[in-house]
Design a protein around this ligand. Structure first.
Ligand code: SF4
Ligand code: SF4
Length: 375
């Protein structure tokens, strides 16, 4: 049996059009009722990385979250809540800033508790055997993952699998970057996290995606698509095809398949569209963007790894574009390394201690000014 990924076309964030498309997409997968029952407490988990206007493509657009929530409400699922473990700041402020708080208020959907932490054991884990979860995740009966199509410095792209990292309670998210400090181990931990929580359904907002210096400082780009699937690896693989990025260059795809979370190969996925069933490659050719700005190099990466083993000076690392920096200190706050690998003494711009830096790019993700680039 092939994994199914529904590809929906949507030129903009018109709420009615999004809902109509999602309704059609859900029908292709057996309807809302196939995934959720009325009595269940369902947690909506968008990407709320940091405070940003929805058109900047940093967060899952509120129109997509609302439309999906409305479909659940129409199906009789009344016990809905929403939330995400944010990088820096408070979830309340981020939800207010992007318009999600108002949209959820209109639907009478409460914000869940992502501040409290519950330590959970997962003996079956292949990389991670315990998680410090946000309490809201442990209290939900079912989770609906609503990710954003974006580039990522560590994993090349972030989508369905990576979006689950927001289930880890805030403080422990930073620690995870030090424990799983390379792309492969981080990907394996993410796969375990998905296997443990088992979201029922994954939806991706790719109407406006982010290319370049993602996941927070890149450029919005019109892709005009949404994806739905129960298989997060297949969904991310289709996302890669749309970005014209080979899916096997993304560690969460490769590790996800190895660890039994899903499939990424072209012949293992049916992409369902209104124009018929396609393979991911065909979908990429028809609806993707050949010049999508994402890191595609393979040999260079391998070579980098070897060089890094010899000398840390050749490692990809962040640097500050001083003219853009407003000296807010958020990057210092975001650094998970004990004793910090970045420091700020005003009025100077922040300074890196590359001997301590583990290249997790948390600082780059959190900078509100796009002042941190990667070289
Ligand atoms: S680099 Fe970004 S996050 Fe750090 S102080 Fe400057 S503006 Fe703030
Ligand atoms: S300085 Fe930035 S990239 Fe380096 S460890 Fe700290 S947060 Fe990660």
């Amino acid at each position: 049996m092939k994994s199914k990924v529904v590809l929906l076309r949507c030129p903009d964030y018109d709420g009615e059009k999004i809902k109509e498309e999602l309704r059609w997409g859900m029908a292709q997968l057996g309807g809302v009722e196939r995934f959720f029952s009325r009595e269940e407490k369902i947690l909506l988990k968008p990407n709320l990385l940091r405070k940003a206007a929805p058109e900047s493509a940093v967060v899952t657009h509120p129109a997509v979250v609302s439309a999906m929530a409305e479909l659940l409400l129409e199906a009789g699922c009344r016990k809905l809540s929403y939330g995400d473990s944010v990088g820096v700041g408070s979830m309340e402020k981020i939800a207010e800033g992007c318009g999600l708080a108002d949209a959820m208020k209109e639907l009478a959907i409460p914000m869940a508790d992502f501040n409290a932490c519950v330590r959970t054991e997962y003996p079956e884990g292949k990389m991670a055997r315990r998680f410090h979860m946000a309490k809201a995740v442990t209290e939900a009966d079912a989770l609906l993952n609503l990710s954003k199509m974006k580039t990522h410095q560590l994993e090349r792209m972030t989508g369905a699998v990576k979006n689950m990292y927001g289930c880890i309670q805030g403080l422990h998210k930073a620690k995870g970057h030090t424990r799983y400090s390379n792309a492969e181990s981080f990907a394996r931990m993410l796969v375990d996290l998905n296997r443990y929580v088992r979201p029922r359904l994954y939806v991706m907002d790719g109407i406006t995606a982010m290319e370049g210096n993602g996941p927070a400082s890149g450029n919005p780009v019109a892709m005009g698509v949404m994806l739905i699937s129960a298989d997060p690896v297949a969904l991310d693989s289709v996302c890669c095809s749309l970005m014209h990025l080979k899916p096997d260059l993304v560690p969460t795809n490769v590790q996800g398949a190895k660890m039994g979370l899903g499939v990424w190969k072209d012949d293992a996925i049916d992409v369902i569209t209104r124009e018929g069933i396609l393979s991911p490659l065909q979908a990429g050719e028809r609806y993707g963007k050949a010049d999508f700005d994402v890191e595609r190099g393979k040999k260079v990466r391998r070579l980098w790894r070897q060089i890094r083993w010899i000398s840390r000076h050749f490692q990809r690392r962040p640097y500050i574009v001083e003219s853009r920096c407003i000296r807010c200190g958020i990057c210092v706050e975001a650094c998970p390394v004990e004793g910090k690998a970045i420091s700020l003494t005003k009025p100077q711009a922040p300074v890196y201690d590359y001997k301590k830096c583990i290249a997790c790019f948390c600082c780059q993700e959190m900078c509100p000014q796009k002042a941190i680039q990667v070289k």
